[in-house]
Ligand binder design. Structure first.
Ligand SMILES: [Zn+2]
Length: 232
């Protein structure tokens, strides 16, 4: 460590691109700790609190970082069991932007054509697929009409959408379940359509995708809770 820090404090040394991955990970953890603790003094105090009888207790250090995750208020709405598990997994990955969209694959050094296969107009990214793509927005509009809800904002990110629902933004009870199921199903359906186009060369009209999703949700919710959805 003294070779890299050259006598500097661990709190002030700058991370350089040529540092080993393990060392960069240490400095990244340091930056996270500084952000959580609000500065060097707080970070030092947090680390000191992890030392019990002269031993550094990893569990207590882990708790410091777990507190940062308390911001995950957007996942509350996804706790209901009515959402299909495959929809739920998909929407969580999409909200965290960890799906292997083409922009991410290219960032790893693989040279792919970064083109949204749904609208064929702009580059593919999480932000574009959910829901700035004209194809995705078409399905969104159909689903919103189907639900009969108003006041939807298309400028919100997926995570913000889920956060607003989780904090009961004007919704309550079964409406939260219904809207969350719909969003999770939307994300799954859009990703499924995108994968089918890339891997199998199969394309469907957005009307058909929306109809299939409505049918899936209706069956799922009716079976789970005896919901009665007026489909007009
Ligand atoms: Zn698109």
């Amino acid at each position: 460590m003294s070779y890299i820090t050259l006598g500097s404090s661990i709190w002030t040394i700058q991370c350089k691109p040529h540092y080993a991955e393990s060392w960069r990970a240490i400095l990244k953890t340091r930056d996270d700790l500084l952000a959580i603790a609000g500065g060097q003094q707080g970070a030092q105090a947090a680390l000191n609190s992890c030392v019990i009888n002269g031993d550094f207790v990893v569990r207590k250090a882990y708790d410091i970082f777990r507190k940062k995750r308390s911001k995950l208020g957007w996942t509350k709405a996804l706790a209901c069991t009515e959402i299909l598990p495959k929809h739920k997994v998909c929407v969580i990955q999409a909200a965290q932007q960890v799906l292997s969209t083409i922009d991410k694959i290219r960032a790893c050094g693989y040279h792919l054509v970064n083109w949204c296969c749904l609208c064929e107009k702009v580059w593919e990214s999480h932000r574009h697929l959910f829901f700035r793509c004209s194809y995705s927005q078409h399905i969104c509009r159909l689903m919103v009409n189907w639900l009969g809800i108003t006041g939807c904002r298309s400028d919100l990110s997926l995570k913000n959408w889920l956060y607003r629902i989780s904090t009961k933004g004007g919704l309550s009870g079964w409406k939260i379940i219904l809207v969350t199921s719909c969003i999770a199903g939307l994300v799954y359906s859009i990703l499924e359509e995108r994968n089918k186009r890339i891997l199998k060369g199969q394309a469907r009209h957005p009307d058909l995708v929306a109809k299939h999703l409505q049918w899936t949700l209706q069956i799922r919710l009716l079976v789970s809770n005896n919901f009665s959805i007026r489909t007009g």
